[in-house]
Design a protein around this ligand. Sequence first.
Ligand code: ADP
Length: 158
Amino acid sequence: MTIAIYPGSFDPITNGHLDILKSGAEIFEKVIIAVSYNANKKGFLTIDERVRLIQESVKDFPNVEVDSFEGLTVEYAKKRGASVLLRGLRTSFDFEYEMQLSQTNNKLFNEIKTVFLITKPEYNFISSSCVREILLNKGDISGFVPEAVQVYLQELQL
Ligand code: ADP
């Protein structure tokens, strides 16, 4: 069974993330979407909030598990018996960064392979940071994030 880890900040999860996850779940027997965090860095949402919003957004995918981890992604992958890291690509800027990350991870653990999926054009412009910016300026984030995320975020008093 091929287990893939889909690591990221997911602060918050967006429709672009979800689209990559859906495709990954069609390719691999199991996908673990894992929020990576650094206890010293404060994000926008807490880790628990991010995990819970992901859980609500993926509840219809039977072969997807939601988790979080601190530290090196490759160490987490080893611990979970995963041989694939799943990542999404939007632009050539993503590519430059992701290529280095993939080569670094492969140097640290040569059994890990990164599989990249290209985002659909309708999700190309979506990022967690633009969602946060719209939200802070009281804009409408529907169409950017899954419904459960939208409801939760628009109720936050920012
Ligand atoms: P990180 O901090 O690890 O980059 P992110 O949550 O920003 O975490 O992104 C996780 C992964 O999802 C990355 O591979 C990123 O390129 C990808 N991603 C982010 N937004 C989109 C999108 N709109 N479409 C496809 N992939 C995306």
